[in-house]
Write a protein that binds this ligand. Structure first.
Ligand code: PLP
Length: 451
């Protein structure tokens, strides 16, 4: 089979998969998981035909997948793939460009630069920020915090990239008590320590209590705020945090893995008032922007700090371009052109479309909350964005309902423990979720809760 024939066949299979997605059960079928055993085999001595490999992959993999890309997956914070972004991902994979350096791959480097310019505009961040396209918010947090580490230590007369952290002036890190665990992981990877932090107490919604934030007495200081708590969706009062921390010379970083997208909506951006005063921001494109995995973005106001942390030079690398070299800003050197899918998603939606996507998901979340409350169930959070936490009574009963809804397959919702209470998490993040999907999911949840 020609490569074109193979890709046609693959497109047929992928199209059939996606067409069936809204109608199929959301969780995987146990029979399909059992069939995965067929994959456990010795490394083949001889190669096989590509079309046969793809046919087998489709036969075994597709039914065993979870309908995460579909409209009734409400677990974690999971977006689907907008049609143009999925198709752009395929085409860019056919190009197979190693998008580290402008002079080597000008097409994809230009697309990334353009995507970055649009993102800064859409998210209302300073237009001259540097940015890096990475794998997700975990690495975006890592990347931005590496820039922060550089700057606060450079200001104290220490070159951390050259001399490491042994003997360096101590860096104070202040972080909200309900920060996402991946931020702690980033701190660990940066040598700043998961435990060597000052935890600032948070309120009942998980927002940092600004009255408890004390930055004075300085030395090198990094404050880590959050917009969009992974459970409640609550956003720190970021403008107030900047007003406290910035005059003391602290670096303010914002983890906005999904919440940062609220800036694109006139209806919701008030939650993030003052976010543009921070120094760095991390977000995910694979969550609310609905591009394929894996895709996150770091934005950093201090371009020199980010470059100092990330750029490398070597005789064989043409790094002295007047244009933006993607790898000057990322932990990776060789990399795929993640920004291309983001560019395509922004083309497909436009400014208005991103705002509508955010507002539609939030309206669906409100609808879930209203109907669940009306049925007598307790919604544990203020539903300010796309996240709903619901209790069905005792912890045990809540866990029973969650397990039953996952087994039922109409929709998928996960479990969390929010400030001591077990809750079902409903996160509405998919571009294709309709009111009918919400109604159908509610009917299943309410039926199971009443049974
Ligand atoms: C999802 C999430 C992360 C981690 O993002 P990944 O894309 O999984 O690396 C970090 N912070 C918050 C608030 C999140 O919601």
């Amino acid at each position: 089979m020609s490569i074109k024939g193979l890709l046609h066949d693959t497109a047929e299979r992928a199209g059939a998969y996606l067409d069936a997605l809204p109608g199929r059960r959301v969780s995987f079928a146990p029979e399909a998981i059992a069939k995965l055993e067929e994959l456990i085999e010795p490394l083949p001595a001889e190669g096989a035909k590509p079309d046969e490999i793809i046919a087998r992959l489709d036969r075994l993999g597709s039914p065993a997948s979870v309908a995460m890309a579909g409209p009734r997956y409400f677990g974690f914070v999971i977006g689907g793939s907008l049609p143009a972004s999925l198709a752009a991902n395929w085409l860019a994979n056919a190009w197979d460009q190693n998008t580290g350096l402008y002079e080597v791959t000008p097409a994809t480097a230009t697309l990334e630069t353009q995507a970055l310019t649009w993102l800064l505009d859409l998210l209302r961040l300073p237009g001259d920020c540097a940015g890096s396209f990475v794998t997700g918010a975990t690495v975006a947090n890592f990347t931005a915090l590496a820039a922060a580490r550089h700057r606060v230590l450079a200001d104290a007369g220490w070159d951390v990239e050259a001399d490491g952290l042994f003997g360096a002036p101590p860096v104070r890190v202040l972080i909200g008590a309900e920060a996402h665990p991946s931020v702690y992981k980033s701190l660990g990877m940066l040598g700043l320590g998961r435990n060597r932090v000052v935890r600032v107490p948070s309120d009942g919604q998980g927002r940092m209590r600004v009255d408890e934030l004390s930055v004075a007495g300085s030395g090198p200081t990094i404050v880590i705020a959050q917009v969009g708590n992974v459970n409640t969706g609550a956003c720190d009062a970021i403008g107030d945090i900047c007003a406290v921390a910035k005059p003391q010379g602290a670096w303010v970083h914002v983890d906005g893995a999904f919440g940062l997208w609220a800036s694109a909506s006139p209806q919701y951006r008030h939650l993030l008032a003052g976010v543009e005063h921070a120094d760095s921001w991390a977000t995910d494109a694979h969550k609310w922007l609905n591009v394929p995995y894996d895709s996150g973005i770091a934005f950093v106001r201090d371009r020199d700090a980010l470059k100092a942390a990330m750029a490398i030079t070597a005789e064989y690398l043409p790094t002295h371009s007047a244009r933006r070299n993607p790898s000057d800003y990322t932990p990776e050197l060789s990399r795929r052109a993640r920004g291309v899918e983001i560019w395509a998603a922004l083309c497909e939606l436009g400014r208005t479309g991103v705002a509508e996507l955010v507002e539609r998901c939030c309206a669906h979340a409100q609808h879930f909350a209203t109907r669940l409350r009306a049925a007598g169930h307790e919604v544990l959070n203020d539903v300010v964005l796309n996240q709903v936490l619901v209790s069905f009574g005792t912890d045990q009963e809540t866990r029973r309902v969650i397990k039953a809804i996952q087994d039922d397959g109409t929709c998928w919702c996960g479990v969390t423990v929010w400030q001591g209470n077990t809750a079902m998490r409903i996160s509405v993040s998919n571009w294709s979720t309709t009111t009918a999907d919400v109604e159908r999911s509610l009917a299943a949840i309410l039926r199971i809760a009443a049974s």
